[in-house]
Structures are given as structure tokens and as C-alpha cells.
Design a binder for this molecule. Structure first.
Ligand code: UDX
Length: 434
């Protein structure tokens, strides 16, 4: 099948590469020429385990190529996956201008039947808009269909998630569109779920919001644990053993970040309200998540009192381990708050430091980036765990303690065993554990 994938961001590049791996002839399209140049050399412009190898292999096979020539890519393809960004706006709604632009470009290049598949996380009813825009801007009478095929890829395991999906949601309104998508995903036939378009669009937002709700739920339970003798890790374990609840996404901590959960919960709350549905549940999920920063910084303040002039080591900057992505990372708000209080920061992350330098440039005084986690501890009055990289879990805490001025450790991801850390002589606080 001849496929174009518009947008070579995280979703687009993983999708293009994996569709080629499934045996299709794929053209990846992006307006950003510098990205195309990097990708053509077999390297993803971001860190994602396993992606570079698969990309290079499929480029070599010739089943995958990349271009910035929109007209050529669209005209050469029967199916077009739209994977452009839908960033959040001030009011919580998603900015759909890139989707509209792609719809117009496809409409201007209709040289035969096209199936336009939206894969970006979009509000319910987006397909209807794409259809309207294409109808208004099309320059020929060739037929086209619009379909929804939401992605459920987690950063850090995107390739694995694409190649071993729990389900492949296909939202269609014609048989032609259904047959094409079923053929594209032939290898996952047993996991294909077919519905109308609104349903498929809503499955994506509802799934992400449900997972976000589990996280906010356990975080509020963690707050409750701190005011009792309960231990949130054990509460989560006890709850998770019930199959109806499940143990995933019950890890208490600094809350969720990334390009999906914060945006999707806000967007779903907004759409629901516009449609006249009471979305208080979703607004609360978001509010609890926002409040995680206050809870964490409060622990820091309680441990060292005045932050002005004190050195704080920060372990982990990415929104979660195994990615260099800092979008909506809790670390950003933590850093911002600590800097406002006059702290001097020593920041460490194995992959995300360069991205963070764009937001908080190194100045040698308040902001210093270090390339080794132990260096973050050197001379520090307090050390914070913000992202639970394996490397951070495995730190030699005796060595860490020897480097610090004052052995205070605040663990925002519950990676360490409180008794063991305290036995080493640390003052230690974590989340939801007495
Ligand atoms: C998510 C969805 O999982 C994926 O299906 C969707 O397509 C895109 O959004 P991603 O944003 O890559 O993927 O990260 P995920 O692994 O789901 O974690 C999201 C956030 O929740 C991270 O900040 C993580 O640290 C946090 N989290 C996750 C918790 O705080 N506790 C948990 O128990 C699980």
C-alpha cells in the first residue's frame, strides 16, 4: 500500500517507520527541511529506543523515504496519515491550525481517491472538520474518505507499542476506508476494533483521561496516606491485585507530564463543557495533577527551610524515564519555583539536559548542568529525585552522601527504600509513605 505520513514528530516518525516495517511503501513528509536531512541519515531527531535501527533498516530497504515536497508525497499516495501537532492553547483547547493546513494541502493535490487518516490526538468531531475543509478547498472531483486511527504509543516504548498493539482502533464511515485500513493493519487483524469516527476519536481521549485519572487518584490517596500511618505503595499494590482495577498507572509521585495526558484531560474537559456535559471529574483530575508540584516543593521547604543561596541537586528532568522529552515535565515547574526562591541548582538528566537548556540556560551561578548524577549531589544541601531513571535507582547512596553538604533526599518518585536510606544517615522524604 502506498502511504504518506504527514509530520515527522514523535508519532509521525514512529508511525512512518513501523508502517514501512509492516511492508508498506511509505513517504514521510515534513515542512522542516533540517529534520528531513537528519532523518534521511538514519537518525531520529529525538531519543526513542529502537527507532534509529528500524529507521535505518527501512531506509536501506527502500520502502521508506522522506521528503519536504508536500505535493509529490500526497500525489504519490493513496492513504495519508495526518500526524501533525495539536498543541494546547491558553483555554485548554487544542490548536488545530496544522490539521487544517494539511487538509487544505491534500485537497489541493487530489489526483485520485485518497483516504485521509487522522492519527494526531484530536477532539471528537475533527474528522467532520477535515471533511468540510477538504470539500471547500478541493480542486478536483476525485472522491476521498476521512478516517480516525488514534495512536496509543508511549514515548520510550513507541516502536514496541506499535508493533505489539493492545488494540487498533479504526473509525470509518465507508466500506472502502474500512477495507484499506484493515489491509494496512493485516498483521494485527485479531486486534482491530472498527467503529464510527466519533467513537474512535473519543476512545483515544477517554483512554488517556482514564489513565490520568488513575494517577491523580493514587496521588490524592498518597496525600491521605501521609496524614495516616498508611503506605501508598502498599495501598496501590493492594488495590492493583483486584483485576477490575489493575496495577498499572497507580504509581504515586510528582504527577503526569508529557505531550498527551495534560493536554488530553484539559481538551476533553473543554469539549465536554462546550457540548453541555458536566466535566467536573476531568477538571479535578487536572487540578490534582497541577497540585503535585506544590506538594513536592512544600516537602523541600520543610526539609531545608530557606532556599535562598542553598544548593539543590536535581536528578531527572525528562517527563518520564527513557525519553529526552520535557514537554509538560513536572521538573520545569519545580525548577521554576526553586529558582524563584533563590536556590542554586545542579541539574542532571541522562538524555533531556540539552532540551532543558533551552528553557533554563546554564549561567554558572543559579543554573548548572552536570553530566553525572553524583555531580548533582556535590556540595548540595538537598537532593531531589524528579524522574525515576534506572541509573538513578541504582545510585550508590553512600557515595552520594559523602558528596553532599547536608544529606537530605526528597524522592518525588518513591524509588528508594525509606528504611535503607535513613539507615545511611539521610534525612529522607518521599510521597505517601509515613
Ligand atoms: C501516554 C499514553 O500512555 C499513550 O497511550 C498515549 O498515546 C500518549 O500518552 P506517554 O505520554 O508517552 O504515553 O507516557 P506514559 O508512560 O503513559 O506516562 C505519562 C505520564 O504519567 C508520565 O509523566 C509518567 O511519569 C506519569 N505516570 C505514569 C505516573 O505518574 N504514574 C504512573 O503510575 C504512570
Amino acid at each position: 500500500m502506498k502511504i504518506a505520513v504527514v509530520g515527522t514528530g514523535y508519532v509521525g516518525l514512529v508511525t512512518a517507520t513501523c508502517l514501512a516495517e509492516l511492508g508498506h511503501a511509505v513517504i514521510g513528509l515534513d515542512k522542516d527541511r533540517s529534520k528531513i536531512v537528519t532523518i534521511r541519515s538514519g537518525r531520529a531527531p529525538f531519543y526513542e529506543p529502537g527507532l534509529d535501527d528500524l529507521l535505518a533498516a527501512n531506509l536501506k530497504k527502500g520502502t521508506l523515504r522522506f521528503t519536504d515536497d508536500e505535493a509529490e508525497a500526497i500525489r504519490a499516495s493513496e492513504v495519508i496519515f495526518v500526524c501533525v501537532g495539536t498543541p494546547p492553547q491558553e483555554d485548554g483547547s487544542a490548536d488545530m491550525s496544522q490539521i487544517e493546513e494539511v487538509a487544505r494541502t491534500i485537497a489541493a493535490n487530489l489526483n485520485g481517491y485518497k483516504l485521509v487518516v487522522e492519527k494526531s490526538t484530536v477532539p471528537v468531531k475533527t474528522s467532520a472538520w477535515i471533511k468540510k475543509v477538504m470539500t471547500a478547498f478541493k480542486k478536483s472531483e476525485h472522491p476521498f474518505d476521512v478516517a480516525s486511527n488514534p495512536e496509543f504509543l508511549r514515548e520510550g516504548s513507541g516502536v514496541e507499542d506499535f508493533m505489539n498493539p493492545d488494540r487498533v482502533m479504526i473509525g470509518v464511515e465507508t466500506e472502502r476506508a474500512r477495507d484499506l485500513l484493515v489491509r494496512i493493519y493485516e498483521r494485527f487483524r485479531d486486534r482491530v476494533v472498527i467503529s464510527n469516527i466519533d467513537t474512535a476519536e473519543l476512545v483515544k481521549h477517554a483512554s488517556n483521561s482514564f489513565l490520568a485519572m488513575k494517577i491523580s487518584f493514587i496521588n490524592r490517596i498518597a496525600d491521605l496516606c501521609e496524614r495516616t500511618d498508611a503506605d501508598v505503595e502498599m495501598v496501590a499494590r493492594g488495590m492493583g491485585l483486584d483485576d477490575r482495577i489493575g496495577k498499572a498507572f497507580l504509581k504515586a509521585g510528582l504527577g503526569y507530564g508529557g505531550s498527551c495526558f495534560p493536554k488530553d484531560v484539559k481538551a476533553l474537559a473543554k469539549i465536554g463543557s462546550e457540548l453541555g456535559v458536566d466535566m467536573a471529574l476531568f477538571r479535578m483530575v487536572d487540578a490534582i495533577n497541577e497540585d503535585r508540584i506544590r506538594v513536592f516543593v512544600e516537602k523541600v521547604r520543610k526539609a531545608v527551610w530557606i532556599l535562598k543561596g542553598k544548593t539543590v541537586g536535581v536528578l531527572g528532568l525528562a517527563f518520564k524515564p527513557e525519553t529526552d522529552d520535557i514537554r509538560e515535565a513536572p521538573s520545569i515547574k519545580v525548577i521554576d519555583d526553586l529558582l524563584k526562591q533563590g536556590a542554586r541548582l545542579r541539574l542532571y538528566d541522562p538524555k533531556a539536559a540539552d532540551n532543558m537548556k533551552g528553557l533554563f540556560p546554564e549561567d554558572g551561578r543559579a543554573v548548572t548542568y552536570v553530566s553525572d548524577p553524583y555531580e548533582a549531589a556535590r556540595g548540595a544541601h538537598i537532593l531531589l529525585v524528579v524522574t525515576e531513571w534506572d541509573e538513578i535507582r541504582r545510585l550508590d547512596l553512600a557515595k552520594v552522601k559523602a558528596l553532599m553538604v547536608n544529606p537530605v533526599l526528597i524522592d518525588g518518585r518513591n524509588v528508594f527504600d525509606p528504611a535503607a536510606v535513613r539507615a545511611l544517615g539521610f534525612e529522607y522524604a518521599s510521597i505517601g509513605r509515613a
